[in-house]
Design a protein around this ligand. Structure first.
Ligand code: ZN
Length: 567
């Protein structure tokens, strides 16, 4: 769909009506207020602006336009939300010809996977007595088997192939379906089949587990990347558990199918499996639609623990909470629940340590406290988001009983060690002019054109600010209605930052002052770098010329700054 259609839909849509259809809105000054539907709260911090056509929750940070709201409230895709709004606004959505070809290949693959799922399910009923016996022994109920559409791949080279041909599937498409070997044999033979579904419940891939210990091939085999499936994008079970995850405002993340099914069997219905030990940023973003509270239930061995620390770092970096469940004696969720009760797991969950506590208390790494602190500082060092950074600094400080300032100093030193010539004194509050300038542009206190004449995106030292500026740059013809273009942004953090800026009170000072400060800062950094170069190569004449040039520029901006920083 092109931007003009999206604009048309948004023009004919009033966000107050859209959101008002889902939750009761109360007028409050020039805005509307409500209890936020995305997090649990008792006093309303969810605001809707009719004028700006955006919403923003000041409790959980969520914000966006009408499309974002429908997408996140209904937990559907962006495109589906658009279709819904288009339908309400009476706008027909045309498909472009080229897209149709692509779509029809997708559709065909989806059809094949749906047929395959049915086929494997039928096999389980008709020929899978030994498979059912295996599942019964592992205490997986029929209800769970049906809910997750488990199946059985026969010990046959052409079972699935013949079934698909019988159902009028063209043999040409089979080779790109990912379900057959190079020789056109069935990929899955004599295996217990786990269909993998997308968020909407469509079958897009399979995992197959061996049924006999002497069987050839890996214990688990997964179908490969196809036009409908990309590894690291989906989460096993999410299409069935997303509602429960939303309701409980927490998600239990385990490694594989068996852990997942065991958790589900034991009434932990707010779980997913990430099918591997790494959780991708995309998966974190997907889960964050439903909750910001992540529990990692990885294997209790060293590999599992290392993975948990790594993944928890990624989650905390996104500004969400991560807790790590510490399984003793190398147990995993499956073996733990078979050995103990659900109550015991609930107990573990309720006292699950956060990332800093986990690292501090872990015995197995054999590290002293100082090295453990270094591990956490290293993780913190990668943070982009100021809020997330402050939260995690506080967590570390509390856990290790040191001051937050001590954590900050460590970070500064680490950054300096890593890159001595870079802006070593980039710290927490140095970005305030950047965000104030962005707010000023968004609130139209200064014309974008005027700003663009003075500075470009390289003047923004904080990455997220640079991204916001680039977004403004891209949409500079229509700043007044910039909220219409929010859906160009995939990154929710970025989207939330922008809506927060649009909702915020515009800054007091003159925008020109922010531009000047940012210019001075950039020049100062250049000056430092030149001075560094002169130290190492004192005979290079051009360095001195450059220095003079920078000094002149600085002089023009502000004399005081120059005398202070050069000598
Ligand atoms: Zn909220």
């Amino acid at each position: 769909m092109d931007q003009s259609t999206i604009n048309e839909i948004l023009e004919k849509t009033n966000i107050v009506d859209v959101i008002g259809n889902y939750i009761p809105l109360k007028r409050s000054g020039s805005n509307y207020k409500a209890l936020c539907p995305f997090h649990d709260e008792k006093t309303p911090s969810f605001l809707v602006s009719e004028k700006k056509q955006i919403f923003k929750c000041f409790g959980c940070g969520k914000g966006g336009n009408a499309i974002t709201f429908v997408r996140d409230y209904e937990k559907i895709s962006f495109f589906e939300a658009l279709q819904k709004l288009a339908h309400q606004a009476g706008i027909p959505i045309k498909d472009h010809k080229q897209k149709k070809v692509v779509n029809s290949k997708r559709e065909l693959l989806l059809k094949i996977y749906a047929l395959a799922e049915n086929y494997y399910q039928q096999n389980l009923e008709q020929h899978g007595k030994h498979v059912k016996e295996y599942l019964r022994k592992r205490k997986i109920s029929n209800e769970t088997i049906n809910k997750f559409a488990l199946g059985y791949a026969l010990n046959s080279y052409a079972g699935l192939k013949n079934f698909l041909i019988k159902n009028n599937i063209n043999t040409k498409i089979l080779s790109s379906s990912g379900l057959f070997t190079k020789n056109n044999n069935d990929l899955f033979r004599e295996r217990l089949m786990f269909p993998i579904h997308d968020n909407m419940g469509k079958t897009i891939a399979f995992g197959g587990r061996i049924l006999h210990s002497d069987q050839q091939g890996g214990k688990y085999v997964n179908s490969p990347t196809t036009a409908i499936y990309k590894k690291g994008k989906e989460l096993y079970g999410l299409h069935q558990t997303k509602y429960e995850i939303s309701k409980k405002d927490a998600v239990l993340i385990c490694e594989g199918y068996t852990d997942f099914l065991r958790l589900y069997e034991n009434n932990f219905h707010h779980c997913v499996a990430n099918l591997g030990t790494s959780l991708t940023d995309e998966q974190i973003r997907l889960l964050s639609r439903y909750t910001k509270n992540f529990f990692l239930l990885y294997d209790g061995d060293q590999a599992g623990k290392n993975a948990a620390v790594r993944v928890a770092g990624k989650i905390v970096q996104s500004g969400y909470t991560a807790r790590i469940v510490d399984f003793e004696n190398e147990l995993d969720p499956d073996s733990f629940l078979q050995k103990y009760s659900s109550d015991k797991l609930n107990e573990l969950l309720s006292k699950a340590p956060n990332l800093s506590e986990f690292v501090k208390n872990d015995q197995m790494m054999g590290l002293n406290e100082r090295s453990k602190l270094e591990i956490l500082i290293e993780i913190l060092n990668d943070f982009e988001d100021k809020m997330a950074m402050e939260l995690f600094s506080r967590e570390i400080a509390q856990t290790f009983q040191i001051s937050e300032n001590a954590v900050r100093r460590k970070i500064k030193r680490r950054r300096y060690e890593k890159n001595p010539t870079a802006q070593k004194n980039v710290s927490y509050d140095r970005f305030i002019e950047e965000s104030n300038l962005l707010k000023a542009i968004l609130h139209q206190k200064i014309e974008y054109k005027k700003v663009a004449q003075e500075i470009d995106s390289t003047y923004y030292l904080k990455e997220i600010h640079r991204k916001i500026f680039e977004f403004i740059q891209k949409n500079n013809k229509n700043i007044e209605n910039i909220s219409r273009n929010l859906e160009q942004i995939e990154d929710d953090l970025l989207k939330n930052m922008i809506t927060q800026m649009i909702f915020s009170v515009p800054p007091e000072s003159e925008p020109e002052e922010y531009i000047r400060t940012m210019k001075v800062r950039k020049l100062e950094n250049e000056l430092k770098q030149i001075n560094q170069k002169i130290k190492t190569e004192p005979n290079k004449k051009e360095y001195y010329l450059q220095k003079i040039e920078i000094r002149n520029k600085l002089m023009k901006l502000n004399k005081k700054v120059v005398t202070k920083t050069i000598y």
